[in-house]
Ligand binder design. Structure first.
Ligand code: CA
Length: 223
């Protein structure tokens, strides 16, 4: 899943990028409100983390501009102090949640997971198709009694497909959610990763979880 971090404090922004990437997220960082606005208009983010004191457009203003532009990605504001005023204002401008700095990375991750659950139509803590189960919190995948080891990218791809179960995903849908803005290769990378995933989740079990919809994309649905 893809996250936009709008934060001008370079060290915090980089720590967030590294930490979230290690958890399998695709991460883009904007260091000003203006840059954040332009990135958010270009890509459908699954979550936006938004600092308040920013050069250019501040976080409150950016939040309301995003909602005016009908960008409905869940937004978590990172407030500098735990002033009630900040928090009330954050929610009033259309943010979904807030977290006061300094925060623990574990708490941040749990809150991001909760926001992503809220934003999908069905909200299971565990995602599944037939007997394949993916647990976003513990980062584990298993089919029947067998644990399946996936790389961070494969995990992220499978998580997207399970969250959007029953929908046909085009290659560009997949690229937008699983790869970050720095990715400049072509969309054949999606085919390559679908191939990796099939070798791990389907081939050993004789199943066909990921279906190819010719000329359109990929579909995962229950049998
Ligand atoms: Ca700041």
């Amino acid at each position: 899943m893809r996250v936009l971090v709008v934060e001008d404090e370079v060290r915090l922004a980089e720590a967030l990028r590294r930490g979230l990437q290690a958890e399998g997220f695709a991460v883009d960082v904007a260091s000003s409100g203006t840059e954040g606005l332009s990135l958010a208009k270009q890509s459908p983010y699954d979550v936006i983390l938004l600092d308040i004191m920013l050069p250019g457009i501040n976080g409150f203003k950016l939040c309301s501009l995003l909602r005016e532009a009908e960008i409905w990605s869940p937004i978590m504001m990172l407030t500098a102090k735990d002033g009630e005023l900040d928090e009330a204002e954050a929610l009033d401008t259309g943010a979904d949640d807030f977290l006061s700095k300094p925060f623990s990375f574990t708490v941040l991750l749990a809150r991001i997971r909760a926001l992503m659950r809220r934003s999908t139509t069905s909200r299971p803590a565990q995602l599944s198709v037939d007997d394949l189960v993916l647990d976003p919190a513990s980062h584990q995948v298993h089919r029947r009694a067998t644990d399946i080891e996936l790389t961070a990218r494969e995990f992220s791809l499978l998580e997207l497909m399970l969250r959007r179960k029953g929908e046909v995903l085009t290659k560009s849908d997949i690229l937008e959610h699983v790869w970050d803005y720095d990715f400049e290769g072509d969309s054949n990378i999606v085919e390559v990763y679908v191939g990796y995933l099939r070798k791990k989740i389907d081939v050993p079990f004789g199943t066909k979880t990921i279906r190819t919809v010719r000329g359109v994309g990929y579909l995962v649905k229950d049998d």
